[in-house]
Design a protein around this ligand. Structure first.
Ligand code: GLC
Length: 696
């Protein structure tokens, strides 16, 4: 993994690190928050997997006996005056608050497992996450509708969203504060124009008092709290968490539990569509369960059913309209927390307009599941640029991108993993000279060089001729000349060192000619012809091998009694999209086939690999830009894709039902890539691969 892209976020996280967990921000939030720690674990799973588990396990240490995982656990090291309300203000009898936050623990645990493969970690956390889910289900969905309610704006994670203005007004109308609101510590470091108002705080505090009166009893809190709302973001994350927990349970051999969680997911997804969707507005709204009516304010939370794959394709299409509309949710820095068209929109005030990085991350993940790679990518790019420029702020002005709120805010490092990092460095190597045992150990290299279908195949003149003639001639002439010289001057037995030396000399030679022509797509063919000549002249026993992905390389037999692979165009191959895409699919096909053959396949890790491949393929297709696929390239791609498609069909028949929404979206994405290839395959004029349509 390239260190330049990982160093900066890791440094930022380390600065907020305490012995047990990472705090959101030393300045403003010096304790542990539920969904913050989950986001930190997700970033760590990508950048420093070894410490990702700790973030989740420390969070679960704060779990109550009844199963709830509090939204905030207080650190004893912090003086009580530094953050209010503090443990004493909450008065829960523990060093924590008594409410919860968006429940994405199972989602984060799955992300950790996907990168570590650590089954022991899953075994340790599963019973605790299961208890948390049980508590939510038992206390927050009294009528078993599939939607769960929240009792405090802090539970939504979006404290002062205008969604809460209505419930706040209702509450404050009848509210005579019996005690005074504790002094605010949150406006010491951050200007009050960027924070909730005093009125908001009267509401927050009043609700805390109301919940205290219920002795923090889970059921009574839900029954009696003045506020009880089925929030869109909360329920979407809840649906997704149940899907992920279902996969975790399956992995641990708890098939019954797994199907229970799957049932919950399906139920919540359906309720989101049936109760939270407003067909007239083409948008999802929170539903006030006390008043029995929707809260019609357009916020970024309304897009979260994409993350849960709860929206139908046509609902998703409507959401994308909103996301792409410059009067609503398309702003220079990303998707604002509140629609620009809402009266309550304020560009600098916390959850009333600014762009938040966690929301962008959730959105990108959701868009990808609906095949909207272009929008996902542009969103990822926008926020990455803003964060690279401003640093890791808590939120950003949607228009100017200016960093706002708390500085050095941990979860903003999500910007660095919003799209996966580059492909493995091996394939970016310039000249590859390696013993075949090395390729056997590395999956990507093995796919590239040791595939059973790789065959010895002479290069057809037509292929070399696709390189400008004058370059071909010059290179071949020079190769003969240089090889003779080298042979005369150096002599000696063919050895691995000599092989390496010869390969890089040859590479240099070809490279120098390559500069003459920018359009040089099939250099690998020429390089192989030249390479074979050159190495034979030096006394090596060489043959040209071709794999199914339009790639040629040389196999040198018998030095040291071993087989060596010489690839003169590895880097070109890796970055030449028309050639790389078939390789990516083929590698994945092999992985899927292997996984299917296992006794207990790991669906979670497979899903991660499918997603990574989708990103990589999309990246290649984007770069393909003006390049064109010739007939051979198109056919190769089609062969590989067909094989892959067949393997995905088998996977879908076998896979866990809870992973099927994602697999189905993957399948649709695949068909969208295949369709234009087949319709144009026989059309000599149809040379360009059409991009997958926006909506799968
Ligand atoms: C604020 C945010 C909340 C976050 C917490 C800690 O309360 O609204 O979403 O979890 O700060 O960062």
């Amino acid at each position: 993994m390239p260190s330049s892209r990982t160093e900066r976020p890791l440094r930022e996280l380390s600065a907020n690190e305490t012995p047990r967990y990472i705090v959101p921000s030393h300045v403003q939030y010096p304790h542990q928050w539920l969904w913050d720690s989950c986001f930190h674990a997700i970033v760590l799973a990508h950048l420093r997997p070894a410490s990702a588990a700790r973030e989740i396990e420390s969070l679960l240490e704060g779990q109550w006996d009844d199963g709830r995982v509090p939204h905030l656990c207080f650190s004893p090291a912090i003086p009580p005056g530094k953050y209010r309300p503090n443990a004493e203000d909450w008065n829960t009898g523990r060093a924590s608050s008594g409410i919860i936050q968006p429940p994405i623990i199972a989602t984060a645990a799955k992300a950790v497992f996907q990168r570590t493969g650590d089954d022991d970690f899953l075994r340790r956390v599963y019973p605790k996450i299961a208890a948390f889910h049980r508590w939510i289900k038992d206390t927050r969905d009294p009528h078993e509708t599939g939607l769960v309610g929240i009792v405090h704006p802090w539970e939504s994670g979006m404290d002062n969203s205008p969604v809460w203005d209505g419930p706040r007004a209702d509450f404050l109308r009848g509210y005579a504060s019996r005690s005074s609101v504790p002094p605010r510590a949150d406006t010491r470091a951050v200007p009050s124009s960027q924070r909730p108002t005093d009125e908001d705080y009267r509401f927050y505090w009043g609700l805390v008092e109301a919940l205290q009166r219920e002795d923090w009893d889970g059921r009574r809190m839900a029954e009696r709290s003045p506020m009880f709302v089925a929030d869109v973001l909360f329920n979407s994350l809840w649906a997704k968490a149940n899907e992920d927990l279902s996969q975790i349970a399956w992995r641990l051999g708890r098939k019954g539990d797994s199907s229970d969680y799957r049932f919950s997911t399906t139920k919540t997804r359906r309720a989101i569509r049936e109760i939270l969707w407003s067909p007239g507005d083409g948008f999802f709204y929170p539903f006030d369960l006390r008043k029995g009516e929707p809260i019609r304010v357009k916020t970024a939370g309304g897009f979260m059913p994409l993350f849960a794959q709860a929206a139908t394709t046509s609902m998703a299409a409507e959401l994308i309209e909103h996301l792409s509309d410059r009067r609503e949710f398309y702003s220079a820095a990303g998707v604002p927390s509140v629609s620009l068209a809402e009266e309550s929109f304020e560009p600098e005030r916390y959850w009333r307009g600014p762009v938040w990085v966690n929301i962008q991350w959730l959105l990108v993940q959701g868009l990808v599941r609906y095949g909207c790679f272009e929008l996902a990518h542009s969103l990822g790019e926008r926020i990455r640029r803003v964060v690279a420029d401003q640093g890791y702020w808590e939120y950003y002005d949607p228009f100017s991108g200016k960093g706002l709120g708390a500085p050095h805010f941990s979860w903003s490092t999500l910007a660095d993993v919003i799209e996966p990092l580059d492909p493995p460095p091996e394939l970016r190597a310039n000249v590859q000279v390696l013993p075949s045992e090395t390729a056997e150990r590395d999956e990507e290299l093995a796919t590239l060089y040791l595939h059973p279908e790789a065959i010895e195949r002479p290069i057809e003149p037509e292929q070399v001729l696709s390189t400008p003639r004058y370059i071909t001639r010059r290179v071949l002439d020079q190769v003969h000349h240089e090889a003779r010289q080298a042979g005369l001057e150096r002599g000696g037995e063919p050895s691995p060192e000599r092989l390496r030396h010869a390969a890089s000399a040859l590479k240099g030679l070809i490279q120098s000619q390559r500069g003459l022509s920018k359009e040089y797509p099939r250099i690998s063919d020429l390089a192989c012809v030249a390479g074979e000549l050159y190495l034979k002249d030096l006394g090596f026993d060489v043959r040209t091998v071709s794999n199914k992905y339009l790639h040629h390389y040389l196999v040198v037999e018998g030095i040291d009694g071993r087989r060596w692979i010489v690839d003169l165009t590895g880097s070109q191959f890796a970055s030449y999209p028309a050639a790389r895409v078939p390789l990516l699919f083929e590698r994945l096909t092999l992985r899927v086939e292997r996984e299917i053959g296992l006794e207990s396949p790991s669906w979670m890790r497979l899903e991660d690999q499918l997603l990574l491949t989708q990103y990589a393929v999309e990246g290649c297709l984007r770069r393909l830009g003006a390049d064109r696929l010739d007939r051979v390239e198109r056919q190769t791609l089609l062969i590989v894709l067909r094989r892959h498609e067949g393997c995905i069909d088998r996977l879908i028949r076998l896979a866990l039902p809870s992973s099927s929404p994602y697999l189905k979206s993957y399948q649709q994405w695949l068909s969208a890539i295949i369709a234009p290839l087949t319709t144009r395959a026989n059309d000599p004029m149809g040379r360009r691969v059409k991009r997958a349509p926006r909506m799968a």
